[in-house]
Design a binder for this molecule. Structure first.
Ligand code: EAX
Length: 353
């Protein structure tokens, strides 16, 4: 299956290179963790500590900034792990795409060149198609209920499918409900979107979604987006408010439209071989710490969304709702049929209700 990962990555890379030819030259370069200074990789033989837990430093990558919910959640996870093992187990967090874009991180964890990562669920769907479920538009309306599903058997079985790619899925966090940003006009109706050049994640459902809404989507790694917006190769992107603020996208995108068109989860992943090397005690500490960090990250996303909306307005952004959201949901309802064979129908029904 690992061969499939590489072929998928090569395909995605070719698509990105072809589409990026006219776009920004900035790309994120994956840093070989082995080259990072003072990094003690988890491969080094851990010495037992007084706590009885093996001493190890686990490197974890993400593309979002130090102020993002993913990184804040990882800091809480690091705190929990360290507290529970008297400092034996520590995390080394690489934010801002230092270890590569989300596709690079997923492939790195699969191949073992990266210990752990947190990415949004959409790029993960290139490896486990059931993750496309989260990309179905206007699917989730009750997030608390969705969290119960994500933390239950269906969520666990979704994460377990990552095992075929050399990855152990640890948990599903919140990336959040996605909103449209652009630098030209306040978008109120579907007609306003027609012909817009929008960046989308490397995910075919998002490309089909914005095509159905009348825009021209370009798949692009997150790290390339701000440069592409500055250069005008794209005018539009879409992300949760937290990402719009923490990444600084709002500095080049004045208008924010509360579409809430898709909810994306955050997927916490660790290399399967590394996970299998843990004792049952270490796995238990990891599970307890991850459970605490998951609840914390989700609450943080919810609390931060309100605060961030005010900060964005203070920064000069204009935030508006759409005039008629049914116009949007009707225009993309066909995706449920188009992707019926790729999504997990049981998960669709559970998340929808
Ligand atoms: O939040 O690539 C994306 O748009 C993802 O949402 C990423 O995690 C930034």
């Amino acid at each position: 299956m690992k061969k499939r990962i590489v072929s998928v990555v090569l395909t995605v890379a070719i698509i990105s290179i072809v589409t990026a030819c006219g776009n920004s030259s900035q790309t994120e370069t994956a840093v070989d963790p082995g080259q990072s200074e003072n990094a003690e990789t988890s491969e080094e033989k851990p010495a037992a500590s007084d706590s009885g837990y093996p001493t190890m430093t686990i490197q974890v990558g993400t593309t979002t900034t130090a102020e993002s919910p993913y990184v804040k959640g990882l800091e809480v996870l690091a705190e929990q792990l360290s507290q529970k093992t008297d400092g034996a187990i520590t995390l080394e967090i690489f934010s801002d795409g230092q270890l590569g874009g989300e596709v690079d991180l997923i492939e790195g964890v699969s191949m073992g060149t990266v210990d752990m990562c947190v990415t949004s669920s959409s790029p993960v769907a290139n490896y486990v198609t059931d993750f496309f479920t989260f990309d179905l538009p206007f699917l989730i309306t009750d997030l608390d209920k969705a969290h119960d599903v994500m933390d239950g058997e269906l969520g666990r079985s979704l994460l377990d499918q990552l095992g075929d790619t050399g990855i152990y899925g640890l948990a599903l966090w919140d990336n959040g409900f996605r909103n449209l940003t652009n630098s030209n006009i306040p978008v109120h109706t579907l007609a306003d979107v027609s012909g817009m050049k929008i960046r989308v994640m490397e995910n075919e459902v998002h490309q089909a979604l914005w095509t159905a809404l009348g825009a021209y989507p370009t798949p692009m790694a997150w790290g390339e987006v701000i440069t592409a917006l500055e250069q005008g190769t794209i005018d539009v992107e879409e992300n949760p408010l937290n990402a719009i603020y923490s990444s600084g996208v709002y500095e080049v995108q004045k208008y924010i439209t509360k579409t809430n068109h898709v909810y994306t989860a955050g997927v916490c992943m660790i290399n399967q071989d590394l996970w299998n090397s843990f004792s049952d005690e270490v796995k238990e500490v990891f599970r307890e710490s991850m459970e605490y960090a998951t609840d914390w990250e989700r609450e943080h996303v919810a609390e931060a969304e309100e605060e961030v909306a005010e900060l964005l307005t203070e920064a000069g952004c204009e935030i508006n709702d759409v005039d008629n959201i049914e116009e949007w949901s009707d225009a993309v309802s066909g995706l449920y049929e188009t992707y019926a064979d790729k999504v997990n129908q049981e998960l669709v029904e559970a998340l929808r209700n």
